[in-house]
Write a protein that binds this ligand. Structure first.
Ligand SMILES: Cc1cc2nc3c(=O)[nH]c(=O)nc-3n(C[C@H](O)[C@H](O)[C@H](O)COP(=O)(O)O)c2cc1C
Length: 205
């Protein structure tokens, strides 16, 4: 049987900032748009997911891929997951990494590691690869208030070409539910990626 043809992979990393729903919804939206999605979930993100949502996702990459596929209605093979120190994963090298990576939500810890090139785990390494290869890197930080350290890291990353897309939804679309607020941010991410969606109308529509 032929493998289904997906659109090119997008790397999505969920880290331990509040706002796990943004990352989970982003995975769903990318799946719905027909993209292959390569997912990494940090240890802290697992705790945040359990705290903030009804989901409790397994840690092992194969089982995580299965659970995320069930949640998002992905076809077999559409979601792949990689472990914290899976240095042989394609995202760990410029020759294998997709053209776009989103860290959503992005903790200030991961923000700092990416800004300084720490590469201590696969999420940090994949972001480092995206920067060195000048691929698209979108970070969705959530913290308040922001310290000078956070702001300096964001400025440095923006100057390196990364997109800083704070998890700060607008209210002019009159959100009625939490899902509306989540979709506001996910729509902005998809706009950056150039992926068509119907999550909310564009300005002026
Ligand atoms: C429920 C919960 C909420 C958190 N919210 C935030 C947050 O909004 N922003 C942030 O930067 N860190 C937040 N943290 C702390 C991070 O999870 C922690 O700094 C962790 O080391 C980040 O690791 P990671 O970047 O590898 O995921 C939160 C932790 C928990 C358990």
């Amino acid at each position: 049987m032929n493998e289904p043809n997906f659109h090119p992979p997008v790397t999505v990393a969920l880290t331990g900032a509040s706002g796990a729903q943004y990352g989970l919804r982003l995975v769903e939206a990318l799946v719905a748009a027909g993209h292959e999605v390569w997912v990494m979930v940090s240890k802290a993100a697992h705790l945040v997911i359990e705290t903030e949502t009804d989901a409790s996702l397994p840690a092992r990459p194969e089982r995580l891929a299965q659970a995320l596929s069930e949640r998002s209605g992905a076809a077999a093979g559409q979601i792949r997951c990689f472990g914290r120190e899976d240095w042989m994963a394609p995202v760990a090298s410029g020759s294998g990494a997709p053209s776009a990576m989103v860290i959503c939500p992005c903790s200030t810890g991961t923000l700092s590691a990416v800004a300084t090139g720490a590469s201590n785990n696969l999420i940090e390494r994949a972001a480092d690869v995206a920067l060195k290869e000048r691929r698209q890197l979108i970070l969705v930080p959530r913290e308040t208030p922001l310290s000078a350290i956070h702001l300096e890291h964001m400025l440095n990353l923006a100057r390196l070409g990364a997109v800083i897309l704070p998890a700060a939804p607008g209210f002019y679309h009159r959100p009625a539910t939490v899902d509306d607020l989540v979709d506001f941010i996910v729509a902005r991410i998809l706009n950056q990626l150039g992926i068509e969606h119907r999550l909310m109308p564009r300005w002026g529509e």
